[in-house]
Design a protein. Structure first.
Length: 327
């Protein structure tokens, strides 16, 4: 079914999450040609979870749009993992796999080159190859959603560091006395500025008696039902409390980005994820504040861009991991 001799064929991008496996065929320009998804069996046996991944691949490969086959496979998988060997080590949200040789098993079944990396690294590469960071050399990418994942791409290559663990920017602390993050550290940017942090800040303010906000109306008067999404809706409608909450998010993100700039001296910053979409109207404000949080005298010249790939970042990212295999 799959023509493995096609040096110029499309790439199969695979995005493995805790609940789903998304797959897509991606051409050499980063365009997703066709895609599909299947449930992921994160709590079953290693082989059952592997079967869930191959079921998703086979389902897409049997579609009429995929009749030309695919040249290689790139996979976004939750970390920790070893990108050099493609072994999934011990991801918290995939308890089914411990030291699982994912790349080797997929390559053995489909007889094509296989690349594996974590989702933020892969998305950073997709943005560099085909997206908002195309043409830039020193790229810092952050996906701000349920958590904060980041990736660093230098001269077109993911920066993995010594052990493959580089790029954990979401767990850079900006307050060593701050709230305890799920990673065990205090004051990580993830515990302060991710989606759940924004929702929690809104609930705290409303529970303390701040009234007159449409956030509470959207939650039908139930403070416990207030989510990040409702804060975003209220902000878009001009709600002052929602603006205050997002302003506070900007106030913690800016010193964090200032640290990143002083450490890496990137020539572009790219932000994706649901929270980034919400914060996009405030990007200029972040940029204007950055010189106050940077030693770098040219910090304000660094573009702060919205990511090109939205919900499909995992599929595009997976494909980008294998794009160097295309002639």
């Amino acid at each position: 079914m799959t023509d493995h001799s096609m040096n110029k064929g499309p790439i199969l991008g695979v995005d493995i999450g805790g609940t789903k496996v998304a797959v897509g065929l991606v051409d050499r320009e980063g365009k997703i040609l066709v895609q599909g998804r299947k449930p992921m069996l994160a709590h079953g046996t290693p082989d059952a979870a592997f079967q869930a991944v191959t079921d998703a691949i086979d389902s897409l490969a049997s579609s009429p749009e995929s009749s030309g086959g695919f040249h290689s496979i790139g996979i976004c998988a939750p970390g920790p993992l070893d990108p050099k060997t493609g072994i999934v080590l011990n991801p918290p949200n995939l308890p089914c796999w411990r030291n699982f040789p994912l790349a080797e098993r997929i390559a053995s079944k489909y007889r094509v080159p296989v690349s594996v990396d974590n989702d933020a690294n892969a998305a950073a590469l997709a943005e560099t190859r085909w997206g908002s960071a195309r043409g830039y050399r020193y790229v810092f990418y952050a996906c701000i959603g349920t958590g904060i994942g980041t990736g660093i791409v230098l001269d077109g290559r993911i920066y993995h560091g010594n052990t493959g663990s580089a790029g954990e920017g979401g767990h850079v602390s900006i307050d060593y006395r701050g709230p305890l993050c799920s990673c065990g550290k205090r004051g990580c940017i993830e515990i302060l500025a991710s989606g759940p942090a924004i929702g929690a800040r809104a609930r705290t303010k409303l529970a303390a008696g701040q009234s007159g906000s449409s956030i509470l109306d959207l939650a039908k008067g139930n403070v416990a039902a207030v989510t990040t999404e409702l804060v975003g809706q209220a902000y878009a409608a001009g709600d002052s409390l929602a603006r205050e909450i997002l302003q506070e998010t900007v106030e913690v993100l800016t010193p964090w980005l200032g640290n990143i700039i002083d450490l890496l001296d990137p020539d572009v910053l790219v932000m994706g994820g649901g929270v980034a979409v919400m914060l996009q109207p405030l990007f200029d404000e972040i940029k204007n504040r950055l010189p106050g949080w940077c030693v770098n005298p040219r910090a304000s010249e660094i573009p702060l861009l919205m990511a090109h790939y939205g919900a499909d970042a995992g599929i595009a990212g997976g494909a980008a991991l294998s794009s160097e295999n295309i002639a």
